[in-house]
Write a protein that binds this ligand. Structure first.
Ligand code: AKG
Length: 393
């Protein structure tokens, strides 16, 4: 019934795709032009993975073929899919905090409260100029607009440094179902390395955004430390809180069946703090830890979304919450986001800060080498809040 015939024109024009012509059990149809379509077998998992992961086309390349239905490799189990039909009332979303009065104790209190209750908040008037935010969004679109061959120069196989990595999904080798997202991940090591190794098409804009957010990151961490009665940020603490930075450019292309898959699966970040710039499309959901419901984070023009990561939950001995979040796929528009992960240094040992235990509190977490913690996170598929168990006392 589902006959597959190699199509000479396609073979010629899209040589990489010839691997996708196979016998079909239940078809996914790729429409490449109104009158031309090819069939992909649902059992042909290796070749979809090959096209997207190994050949460097990413999920963007797959989406641009004009898929009518989602390949089975992206179908997530029903309990992981999004029920966007019943979002929580808008007024119940995460706090929106105006940083223009950032020396006002009320602002500091709002931030510490949000970090305890929600683990997430949005900030406006944060001091990062609007043009810097717009430029980094444009730069993200430019990078993902490059050809697969150009982007592949930054893949695990070809990148000249481990600190620059173009990829897709989260950890394809460990995932039963892939995530509908491509990314470029840039670990900041030095200005020199960034200038010579980051992709020229976006590096200046990414650097400006990273540098432009340094003041607000410091301010937020000072406020949060003050809320824990940590009065002095010495060298060790400074390294634990913000010893390294990773910046990701995320691209979520239009998805043929957004309700069957995820953009990013449930996880919490391994950072101290994450500062996220999202565009106007939406799709980020945060777990309300009291009701366990998923709350949408509405895009607010000019805002940055801030969230507590596992490292800060550990250092605060559980006072600040690193909360599960996830991203839906979108059937109508391509979405981008740009998180900056503010992290401890890889060689740092992190654990509850002494100030958290000085009244005899029990440590909830043991001391761990941060690079071990991060390795543990990347060894598995996204699994909600499971990573932090690695540091459980
Ligand atoms: O794209 C987003 O809104 C969130 C991305 C995210 O959770 C991540 O990159 O870890």
């Amino acid at each position: 019934m589902y006959k597959t015939t190699p199509i000479p024109f396609l073979k010629h024009a899209y040589r990489n795709l010839t691997v996708l012509h196979y016998q079909v059990t239940k078809p996914t149809i790729l429409t490449m032009a109104p009158s031309i379509s090819i069939s992909i077998t649902n059992s042909n998992s290796i070749n979809i993975r090959d096209f997207v992961v190994n050949k460097g086309h990413g999920v963007k390349g797959l989406a641009e073929l004009g898929l009518k239905t989602l390949p089975c490799q992206y179908i997530h189990p029903p309990q992981e899919r999004f029920d966007t039909g019943t979002p929580e009332a808008h007024h119940n979303s995460i706090p929106l905090i105006d940083m223009s009065r950032c020396n006002d104790p009320e602002v500091a209190e709002a931030i510490c409260k949000a970090a305890q209750k929600w683990g997430f908040f949005q900030i406006v008037n944060h001091g990062v100029p609007m043009h810097v935010l717009e430029d980094v969004k444009d730069a993200t679109h430019r990078f993902f607009g490059l050809s697969a061959d150009e982007k592949k120069k930054y893949s695990k196989e070809q990148s000249v440094t481990n600190n620059v990595r173009y990829g897709t999904s989260f950890t394809p080798a460990c995932e039963k179902a892939l995530e509908w997202k491509d990314y470029l991940s840039l670990l900041f090591v030095s200005d020199d390395e960034a200038a010579s190794q980051w992709p020229p098409i976006c590096r200046n804009q990414v650097m400006e955004y990273m540098k432009g957010s340094e003041i607000i990151v410091k301010k937020l961490l000072e406020m949060l430390m003050n809320g824990l009665n940590v009065k002095e940020i010495d060298e060790t603490k400074e390294s634990n809180l913000m010893g390294s930075k990773r910046i990701n450019l995320n691209y979520y292309p239009i998805c043929p069946n957004p309700d069957l898959t995820v953009g990013v699966g449930r996880h919490s970040d391994v950072s101290t703090l994450t500062i996220l710039l999202q565009d106007d499309i939406g799709g980020l959901y945060v777990r309300n830890t009291e009701t366990m419901k998923w709350i949408h984070v509405p895009p607010v023009s000019g805002s940055l979304v801030v969230n507590v990561g596992d490292a800060l939950q550990i250092m605060s001995n559980g006072k600040y919450k690193s909360v599960e979040h996830r991203v839906s796929a979108n059937g109508i528009r391509n979405r981008i986001s740009v998180p900056i992960f503010v992290n401890p240094k890889a060689s740092d040992i992190i654990g509850p800060l002494p100030e958290m235990l000085q009244s005899g509190e029990k440590p909830l977490y043991k001391h761990v080498l941060y690079s071990d913690y991060v390795k543990h996170f990347f060894r598995k598929a996204h699994d909600g809040k499971a990573t932090i168990e690695f540091a459980r006392a």
